[in-house]
Design a protein around this ligand. Structure first.
Ligand code: FE
Length: 239
């Protein structure tokens, strides 16, 4: 490691977790993003960093429009995985999700969202793998009161990972600086998802799928899938 460039220093930057959507003709797409900040208040403007490989990037480039939903703290991992670890090129991410069409035509997702806003791109900067879009907000509303989901909460409490296209993705490293507790000798191994890095912990089970704590990985039903990315059981390896 280079003493003058300890990138762990950047891990201390705080973020939220958002759903960014866009539109292209009749087509809509959306993805999870953490790099969103408000950059101007008189004319409310935000900056949004999106990976150039993502379909949402393509749509934002074409239409110059995007919408953002601010996710609430107890957003299910499966919902985050649907938008964060899957591509709209393979499936319609909006099939089972509640949304309405905004003034810009972008889909505004109201499920698991505290508030939402939409606007038009007025500028952008090439940041390498990502484009940073500057967006003037033209419509915004509060849907309900609650605690917004932060990236730290997602990582530390929900044990969520960053997909490869996230600006904060760290190849081959553990996502948090937190020291992992030593596994107790229960005889039941933790299993890691080879696609997204989610760790199945038999001590905790998977409450969202109705799997009680104390269920060994081997005893999970055959049709059980990764709660984050939807990968099948055989994508998992012992930790
Ligand atoms: Fe996964």
């Amino acid at each position: 490691m280079n003493d003058l460039l300890d990138t762990k220093a950047l891990w201390d930057i705080s973020y939220g977790l958002y759903l960014v959507t866009s539109v292209s003709g009749e087509k809509v797409n959306g993805q999870i993003a953490n790099s969103i900040i408000q950059v101007c208040s008189e004319k409310p403007r935000i900056a949004v960093s999106i990976n150039k490989d993502n379909l949402t990037h393509e749509y934002i480039k074409k239409s110059g429009l995007l919408a953002v939903s601010v996710l609430e703290e107890d957003t299910p991992m499966a919902f985050i995985g649907q938008f964060g670890f899957k591509t709209g090129r393979d499936e319609d991410k909006f099939e089972k999700v509640a949304y309405e069409k905004g003034l810009t035509g972008c889909p505004i997702v109201t499920e698991n969202a505290l508030s939402c806003f939409e606007g038009k791109v007025i500028g952008s900067a090439d940041a390498g793998t990502h484009t940073v879009f500057i967006v003037e907000i033209t419509g915004a509303k509060v849907l309900k009161k609650g605690t917004p989901l932060t990236y730290a909460y997602y990582q530390q409490v929900k044990k969520g990972k960053a997909p490869k296209n996230a600006p904060t993705y760290k190849a081959g490293t553990v996502e948090t600086k937190e020291v992992e507790e030593k596994p107790k000798e229960t005889g039941m191994k933790k299993y890691v998802c080879g696609v997204c890095g989610y760790v199945y912990d038999p001590k905790k089970g998977d409450s969202e799928a109705g799997i009680p704590p104390g269920t060994a990985f081997e005893d999970l039903p055959d049709d059980w899938t990764c709660p984050v990315c939807g990968a099948a059981k055989d994508e998992f390896e012992p930790e």
